[in-house]
Design a protein around this ligand. Structure first.
Ligand SMILES: [Zn+2]
Length: 218
């Protein structure tokens, strides 16, 4: 049986990745590295990397591989002994190859890649149903007009429209899905497929069971 310490989490936007990521971090005692959060911190601290990243984000361009790779490398050098979960990275096969190379130099490997495989139809359904409270920020998956926490007004979120989603899905299919296949070819993927709406806890339990089976076989 293999101890699972080094995780990568892959999934489409609104696939429930955030929720399952928190579950994995708690269950396996992992530090989560979200490249989005990391980039924001570098920018806030005005580091050279942050300034470089900002120059691309200002132009609404994707931050290039080399900048993201540097940020992740810097983080991994300092947190080598601990378990970790990478969320939002690697985002491209090129980033995955760089990561593999970097880890191999240090004599370590990715232990498992968790793939949240949620159907496009279901994600579209989630996005069109999602409502946010204008007063307290409460987010629900139902078409309420009034917040059940504070009574505030519920509205659709600005980014929650099918047009914006179609663009993000295209990026996901073109860049990130190949990352899942790249690791699948190495036998490292544990995939949870969700085609009908289920409770997040139920999905977590299925994920945990699959991870146990996976680690027993290794
Ligand atoms: Zn509210």
């Amino acid at each position: 049986m293999k101890e699972l310490k080094r995780f990568i989490l892959v999934g489409a936007p609104a696939s429930g990745k955030g929720t399952q990521g928190r579950f994995l971090a708690e269950t396996f005692n992992l530090k989560t590295l979200s490249t989005g959060a990391m980039l924001r911190r570098e920018i806030e601290n005005c580091t050279p990397l942050g300034q470089k990243a900002l120059s691309y984000m200002d132009k609404a361009m994707l931050v290039p591989d080399e900048v993201v790779n540097d940020i992740v490398r810097g983080w991994l050098v300092n947190d080598n002994e601990e378990g970790w979960l990478l969320d939002g990275y690697p985002r491209t096969v090129s980033q995955a190859e760089t990561l593999d190379h970097f880890l191999a130099e240090r004599g370590i490997d990715v232990d498992v890649v968790v793939w949240m495989d949620v159907s496009r139809e279901l994600i579209e359904q989630r996005i069109t149903r999602r409502r946010e409270c204008t007063s307290c920020g409460n987010i629900v998956q139902k078409l309420d007009e009034q917040c059940d926490k504070c009574g505030g007004q519920m509205v659709a979120r600005k980014d929650d429209n099918l047009e914006a989603f179609a663009r993000r899905w295209k990026d996901f299919e073109a860049m990130t899905l190949p990352v899942a296949h790249y690791y699948e070819a190495k036998g490292l993927v544990v995939k949870v497929s969700v085609t009908e709406e289920r409770e997040p806890q139920e999905v977590s339990q299925e994920l945990l069971q699959k991870l146990e089976e996976y680690s027993n076989k290794r």
